[in-house]
Design a protein around this ligand. Structure first.
Ligand code: AKG
Length: 299
């Protein structure tokens, strides 16, 4: 086959004739032979005579493929050390059946009917929004979070005073305040946050008692600073919290982790969650609700 036809077959009929290699003159050497260079300097591309590389090397891309860690599930009673840093040991203590079923049933009906439930209005970037759940607050001090305040309320329901004693005994920790949450159905929720307002003190112990339908308590690790607030690759844990279950968060949980109860897209009955806390008076001149560190807004 003639050179012209062969080129037309292989490259298409539009292919131009290949440039003829420069004819060596007596005593001359090629550019590459002269410099010993295989890969031309990219800075010289497009300027001056082109140097044709003799060989190509394939380099595997060096970018690491990262796996999103599998979500862990904690269902077993006991003390679970979920991390050892960066702020210290973070612990979840889980006690399913802390309240026996009949007692939990009685408590649930009583609190649902008799607590002064209301919907709190919070603020984010100057805009008001209603919390997607109902709350009520007991304690000698007010509690400010998400730029709105639950007023002090010393009228503890007698059933809650009795529960406080039992929770203190089980957790070995004293509490002076209680935030009650009512999730009316699966659409009610609480967004990712940490209970890290300065009024709760450093490394607070928070005891959370669940009554009613089971909801999943999600926990995710705070990303290291180099991730710039990206939670894609952080560790995640799911803790199903059933009727009568006590969960105690302590150590560095509020520093190193966030938690939430996400919306669910299938039917859920009502659930009450009681979170016992210890509030400290805000120092003089301190803005209430200020966080110890930056975390995303609570909703
Ligand atoms: O409902 C729950 O289990 C969590 C409540 C909670 O995160 C909170 O009150 O800060």
């Amino acid at each position: 086959m003639s050179d012209k036809r062969q080129r037309a077959r292989v490259q298409g009929s539009w292919a131009k004739p290949l440039p003829k290699p420069p004819r060596p003159t007596a005593g001359s050497v090629s550019n590459n032979q002269q410099t010993g260079q295989v890969n031309p300097d990219p800075n010289s591309w497009g300027s001056g005579p082109q140097k044709t590389p003799k060989t190509f090397e394939f380099h595997q891309p060096t970018k690491r493929v990262r796996d999103v860690p599998a979500v862990k599930v904690i269902e077993q009673a006991g003390i679970h050390e979920i991390s050892h840093g960066p702020s210290g040991v973070s612990r979840l203590r889980l006690l399913p059946g802390f309240l026996p079923p009949e007692e939990a049933d009685w408590m649930f009906s009583k609190l649902l009917a008799e607590l002064p439930w209301s919907q709190k209005t919070n603020y984010r970037q100057g805009a008001a929004y209603e919390e997607p759940r109902l709350t009520c607050w007991f304690g000698e001090l007010p509690y400010t979070y998400a730029r709105s305040t639950l007023a002090a309320n010393t009228q503890w329901h007698p059933a809650l005073s009795a529960l406080r004693g039992a929770v203190e005994q089980a957790s070995g920790c004293g509490f002076n305040s209680l935030l009650c949450n009512l999730y009316r159905d699966g659409h009610d929720s609480i967004g990712w946050h940490s209970d890290d307002e300065a009024s709760l003190g450093r490394r607070p112990t928070i005891a959370s008692l669940s009554l009613g339908d089971t909801r999943v308590f999600g926990v995710r690790k705070q990303p290291p600073p180099e991730e710039n607030g990206d939670y894609t690759y952080v560790e995640q844990i799911r803790v199903p919290l059933g009727h009568g279950t006590l969960l105690v968060m302590d150590g560095a949980v509020q520093d190193d982790w966030q938690h939430q109860v996400a919306k669910e897209y299938h039917d859920r009955g009502p659930r009450i969650n009681l979170t016992f806390r210890t509030m400290h008076p805000e120092p003089e001149g301190h803005r209430p609700g200020t966080r110890l560190r930056f975390t995303s807004n609570q909703s």
